[in-house]
Every structure is written in C-alpha cells, then in structure tokens.
Design a protein around this ligand. Structure first.
Ligand SMILES: *Cc1c(COP(=O)(O)O)cnc(C)c1O
Length: 465
C-alpha cells in the first residue's frame, strides 16, 4: 500500500463516496452532492502554519469566498484561522461561525458607509481600496481613533498570470491603488503622512494561474513601499503587511504542488526582510486551503452519442462548476468514474464528454476525456472542487444547491459523514423566486393604483428612506 498525503486522501475520498452511495446520499433520489475531506482541510491549515513559522507574528485568515459554508468556517476558526470577508453575507457567515471581530479582515472594493461603520465600531481590520474610501473613513472617524488595524490595498502592477480574469495585479486591475501610475507612490506616502490611523499595506497578487515569482515580486513592491513610508516618517507607522492569498492549486494531478513551503521559500528569497519580525503578517489564502479536499459526485442519468462523440449526461454542470463550464481551458478538472455501488470503474478507456443538466450546449464539465465506459446509474466525480465550486452556486435553470457532507476516516478505516449544508429543496427555490409577490406584476397591470402589492412596495420604500 502506498502512503503519504495524496494516496491517503484518495483512499479516504473513495471510501466516503462509497459510503455516500450506500446511505443514499448520492443516488437516484439525490443525484448531486459535494463531499469535503475534513482531515485534508486540517492538514492544509497545518501546512500553512508550519510554512510561516518564524520570528514574525502571522495572522492566517481564510478567504471566505472560497467556501462560505458556516460549518467549514467554524472548523477553520477552531483550527486557529482568522477569516477574510468581502461582503455583508460573508461577514455574517464568519460571525455566525464564531470568529471574533479581531480575527476578521474586511476587504471589498465596494464597501458601503454602513459596512465601514460596522467594521470601525467592532474593531474589524479593514483594507481600504482607494483614495475616495480613505476620505470616507476620515469623515466616519471624525478624529476618533479606530480600534482595529486599517490598511490600504495597493496594486503593484506586476502583470498578469495565465488567467486574465484571475489576475489582480495587471496595469488596469480594479483593485487597490495602482502603484506604477504617475504620482501614485507619492500620493500613497502622503496619505500615510496625513493619517496616523493608517497602519497596514495590503497586496493580494493572484490568483490561480499566477506563478510564485510574480506573486513574490508584487509582495516585494508592497514591502519596499512600507519601508519607504516608515523611513520617511522616521518611525514604524506601518506595522502590518497583508500579503493576500493566491497560491495556485494543481488541478492536473493528486500532488499538492506548489505548497505553502514553496511559496514561503520564494518569498524569503525575494523579500528577506518580510519575515524578520518588524511587521505583523496577514495572509488570506482560499483556494489552496480547500480545493484538493473537495469532490463533486453526480449520478449519470443517461449516456448517448452525437456526431460520433460519446456523451455522459450528469447532474453536475454550470451550477456547481461555473468557471470550468464557461472557461474550460483555464479551469480543467480531473474526472473519475464509479459504478452504481460507488466502486472505482476499470476497463478499457473510451473518449467521452461529461455534460451537466443546464439547458445550454456548452454545459460540459469535461470534453474528450479518456475514461472507463460509463453507463446510466454510474457516478462521475469532479476532483479538487473544495473551493469555489459546490460552495459557489450559480442558480441557472433554477437548479437547487446540492447537499454538502464532510467526512473523516477513523483509525479502523470507518468513514463518518456529517451534514455541512442540506440540499436546497425545490420549494425553497420557488420561495426565493418571488413566490410571496406572485401577484405583483398582474396587480401592477390592473391600473387602479391601489392594489395590495403596490401599497406594500410604497410602505417599504417609506421605511427605507
Ligand atoms: C479571493 C481573494 C483571496 C483568496 O484568493 P485565493 O486565490 O483563493 O487564495 C484573498 N484576498 C482577496 C482580497 C481576495 O479577493
């Protein structure tokens, strides 16, 4: 038997899949499910902490958007992580999961006055995105001292990685203050000079598709700027550097490479001063903590062929694998095939497309893959989908969010499953689709002007104002 993290992860995953099939959590009545390897998640957290172990104080936060599921966030909180949030929903999820405000970092390019006030009132660390937002916080503070750290996000403009839409440090990226634009560095230095409360710099250079040297170069630019600000002011005003997340994940095989140790080694050589303890470091990893621990399992409903191409029709499509379906070259996934009992299939390989249930032709999670023969009733798996896949639902065709289960294998090889999220019911889909306003448009067309629903809208508007 082979050992090490990857084979162990594969064995645990196969056992969990068989168990889910056995218990009917994946089968004809529930044809789509997300599975999360809890030990795998904890191992990734451990690897992260180990890689950064050193004189510098480091606050590791998890980027909630990668998997905004409350039990997952609570698991991460228990494992010693903080949480990076970027919307009111993520903020509430993190608080519900048990993160105390001092363990949160609030990033968003579009923070409202209310959101900023909430963060300021609760001492939540904030990273501001631009000069207008700095001025807004000037007004909100009105001379008060904030109780949490406040940083400014910068865009080092070091260039794009392999996936344009994932590259946050291009010349024209929408995030942060673009440092290489004329006058930008002086404006940032001036902003720090005039605001004693501004004490962090933030750079998230990523994400998937960005090589490590490019990320390190971006962090180097933020570090150099912090040094310049502190030297200019004659004291260590900038006390924290938030270096973001963005470690790319290997979607081609079971290997966890690059790993956090590779990332830190790259940073240590590109920015040696970063780790000497003068700065508190903050990280915001998302994908690399969760991706390899997640699996989507789907029942094969039909198999057919068209124009000589075999097609397996499954229940996993754009609603759970949105990026893969819309950008198949940038986000290919590994696929597995299991029989109706959840056992890995073997036998001669056939070329096949794996289709989802959505009503558009491009709803394919894999094309021209060589896989063992697939039959109706089999299970097809999509690997490395623990981040940004089953947790980031796209409600095309009003397809419901699938159930998600976490699993662990005990020392006797027994798999235990726990519900992370129940499947959304069709009734819930209908309720979220305006059910309680079912008559509103018909009433609007009945031109008497005092229909019940228009009155309700009028009242709501008045309350909001
Ligand atoms: C998305 C995001 C992250 C996490 O990125 P990963 O590639 O998932 O590690 C971290 N910080 C910010 C500001 C982000 O927007």
């Amino acid at each position: 038997m082979t050992s090490g993290p990857a084979p162990q992860r594969q064995r645990a995953r196969e056992a969990a899949l068989a168990r889910a099939v056995d218990e009917g959590l994946l089968g004809p009545g529930s044809p789509l499910v997300g599975l999360l390897d809890v030990d795998g998640v904890l191992a990734a957290v451990e690897a992260l902490h180990q890689a950064f172990d050193g004189p510098a104080t480091v606050h590791h936060t998890f980027a909630a958007k990668a998997c905004g599921l409350v039990p997952v966030l609570r698991l991460l909180a228990e494992a010693g992580m903080g949480c990076e949030v970027a919307s009111p929903g993520e903020l509430e999820q993190a608080l519900a999961a048990g993160f105390t405000p001092d363990r949160l970092v609030f990033d968003s390019p579009a923070k409202t006055v209310d959101e900023l006030e909430f963060a300021l009132a609760h001492g939540i660390a904030i990273n501001l995105d631009n000069f207008q937002e700095l001025e807004r916080v000037d007004r909100l503070l009105a001379g008060r001292e904030p109780s949490g750290p406040i940083g400014l996000r910068v865009n080092p403009q070091v260039g794009a990685g392999a996936i344009g839409a994932m590259s946050t440090a291009t010349a024209t990226s929408k995030f942060g203050v673009a440092l290489r634009d004329p006058g930008a560095v002086d404006a940032v230095i001036d902003a720090f000079t005039r605001r004693p409360w501004l004490n962090r710099l933030h750079a998230h250079v990523g994400s998937q598709g960005c090589p490590l040297p490019l990320i390190a170069q971006g962090i180097r630019a933020a570090y150099d700027l912090a040094e310049r600000v502190n030297t200019g002011l004659g004291h260590a005003r900038i006390t924290g550097l938030d270096i973001g997340g963005g470690l790319p994940v290997n979607f081609d095989s079971e290997d966890d490479s690059p790993g956090y140790a590779d990332y830190v080694a790259e940073l240590r050589s590109a920015v040696p001063g970063l780790f000497d303890g003068r700065y508190t470091l903050v990280t915001e990893f998302g994908r690399s903590l969760l991706a390899k621990s997640g699996t989507i399992g789907s029942l094969v409903e039909y198999t057919k062929s068209a124009g000589g191409r075999r097609i397996a029709v499954t229940h996993a499509g754009a609603q759970v694998a949105t990026r893969t379906v819309f950008m198949p070259d940038a986000w290919p996934l590994r696929v597995g095939v299991f029989d109706a009992a959840g056992r890995p299939k073997e036998g001669p390989l056939q070329v096949v497309d794996i289709a989802g249930p959505c009503c558009f032709a491009g709803d394919l999670t894999a094309t021209a893959r060589e896989l063992p023969a697939i039959e109706p009733g089999d299970v097809v798996t999509l690997y490395d989908t623990g981040a940004y896949y089953f947790s980031s639902h796209f409600s095309y065709n009003s397809l419901p969010r699938p159930a998600v289960f976490g699993y662990r294998t005990d020392s006797g090889g027994q798999v235990r499953l726990a519900t992370v999220r129940a499947a959304q019911s069709v009734r819930e889909v209908v309720e979220e689709s305006g059910l309680s306003h079912a008559d509103s448009l018909v009433a609007l067309c009945a031109d008497d002007g005092d229909s019940p629903d228009s009155a309700e809208y009028g009242t709501k508007k008045e309350v909001e104002q």
